[in-house]
Design a protein around this ligand. Structure first.
Ligand SMILES: NC(=O)c1ccc[n+]([C@@H]2O[C@H](COP(=O)([O-])OP(=O)(O)OC[C@H]3O[C@@H](n4cnc5c(N)ncnc54)[C@H](O)[C@@H]3O)[C@@H](O)[C@H]2O)c1
Length: 345
């Protein structure tokens, strides 16, 4: 039996479509790029020239009038996702949508209801599930070297005064939707336990728009692991990107070396410790001054190959495998994002 080729249309010819989706579609022999849609003429001409796409349209209606794609990849600004997903389902197309799925949890639920009613497939592009970084963190968490994990702390810091559509709330902009959707999904994927408590502060600091460019959030997972997330676009100096804490050691990421540095002890090698008696610290000494038998280990991130996301897409859309990003997990990301916005009293 010949292998199915998914006839694919891409909506939006911006950063993520150009740098990722179209390149991945062209590279994978299970996909055929049959059409693109973007309201900007110069981008359509560019796509026709660079990717040899003959069918370039200014609007989705024109594209559907001429084609019936198997799959529509939505890489347009977030505010268009919902209407474009519903339209694709009406035309009996499956959808691969970039994150975040929609502007709100209510829109998410309407999309999921339409998906169920139409019987079409939907998956959201959450690339961080497939990165080398995620694979390395998974290895660290599962190795047991750090003992019982109590915290995963992640910081994305930069100085970036946004001025594009993502700087504005009405467009679904802001760093909670933008980067938050990635890292909340990544943590939920890695931890697999769901959150029981959360705290979130959003600030608008240096952006030219009205959407937040600083997010400080703390989530406690049901298995008690704390996920501490900083997204800060107003920093002159970097915040340490990763800290993973367990009761037998820690891991940090060294960006200069693109490597993880682990420092831990083996519980059985630790000297015995006895509580002091009385209410006077012995010898007026601060701390326990014991010598810890630390071990160190370096993990090169390059030793953890990234996943091919479009291979996962093919498995789901063409071969009926379980989706790599199930919609229930996408709904949870959207619910958490909405809860973060509601944290203000
Ligand atoms: N998964 C990721 O790593 C990742 C990275 C970047 C962006 N994104 C998401 O992808 C989406 C697009 O972001 P971007 O950074 O590529 O935006 P962008 O501003 O670079 O590009 C948006 C493109 O969509 C076009 N467009 C505008 N209205 C349209 C419409 N109605 N139909 C079709 N195209 C339309 C614009 O002309 C432009 O070419 C957003 O939802 C964003 O959150 C995801």
């Amino acid at each position: 039996m010949s292998r199915q080729v998914l006839r694919t249309a891409v909506l939006g010819l911006g950063r993520i479509a150009w740098q990722y989706h179209i390149q991945a579609i062209i590279k994978h022999d299970g996909f055929e790029l049959i059409a693109v849609v973007d309201p900007l003429m110069e981008r359509r001409l560019e796509a026709a020239g660079e990717f040899k796409v003959a069918a370039c349209y200014a609007a989705t209606e024109e594209m559907y009038a001429a084609h019936k794609p198997d799959l529509v990849v939505i890489a347009s600004p977030t505010a268009f996702h919902k209407s474009q997903i519903l339209e694709a389902f009406e035309h009996e197309c499956d959808v691969f949508c970039d994150k975040p799925l929609a502007l709100s949890l209510q829109d998410t639920d309407e999309i999921l209801a339409a998906m169920n009613q139409s019987g079409r497939k939907l998956m959201v592009y959450q690339p961080h599930r497939g990165t080398s970084e995620t694979a390395a963190i998974k290895w660290i968490l599962e190795s047991g070297l750090l003992g019982e994990i109590y915290m995963v702390k992640h910081a994305i810091s930069n100085f970036d005064r946004r001025s594009d559509w993502q700087a504005f709330r009405k467009n679904g902009g802001g760093m909670l939707n933008n980067y938050g959707a990635h890292y909340i999904d990544q943590f939920l994927y890695l931890n697999n336990a769901g959150f029981s408590r959360m705290f979130c502060e959003l600030r608008t600091l240096v952006t030219s728009g009205d959407a937040e460019d600083m997010v400080k959030a703390i989530f406690t997972a049901k298995n008690n692991v704390i996920f501490d997330l900083d997204i800060n676009m107003a920093t002159g100096q970097p915040i340490q990107p990763w800290f993973i804490g367990g009761n037998c050691g820690t891991a940090v990421f060294n960006p200069a070396e693109t490597a993880w540095e682990l420092k831990y002890f083996i519980p059985g090698e630790m000297p015995e410790i006895k509580p002091q008696n009385g209410m006077a610290a012995v010898n007026r000494v601060y701390g326990s001054v014991e010598v810890i038998p630390w071990k160190t280990q370096i993990l090169r991130q390059s030793d953890f190959p990234p996943l091919d996301f479009y291979a996962k897409c093919y498995d789901y859309y063409a071969a009926d495998s379980t989706p790599f990003v199930p919609v229930a997990e996408t709904r949870e990301v959207m619910r958490v994002i909405e809860q973060c916005r509601n944290c203000l009293i």
